[in-house]
Write a protein that binds this ligand. Sequence first.
Ligand SMILES: [Zn+2]
Ligand SMILES: [Zn+2]
Length: 66
Amino acid sequence: MNCAECGNPATKLNAKGIPVCSRHAKVSIKPPDCPNCKLEMVLRKGKFGSFWGCKAFPMCDGIRKI
Ligand SMILES: [Zn+2]
Ligand SMILES: [Zn+2]
């Protein structure tokens, strides 16, 4: 199967179950809302892997696991 976004070999399914490459697996997921301030969250990378972080960081430190 090939990535629905770019045609490269698909390695994952996105949130909708569509085959995508690792590059497009992340951008296809709709960001959740921050549990603290309800702003949109952005994908961040930390020591322990990727997670959702609040857009308003460092003013707000809301995070969610992916
Ligand atoms: Zn792709
Ligand atoms: Zn927040």
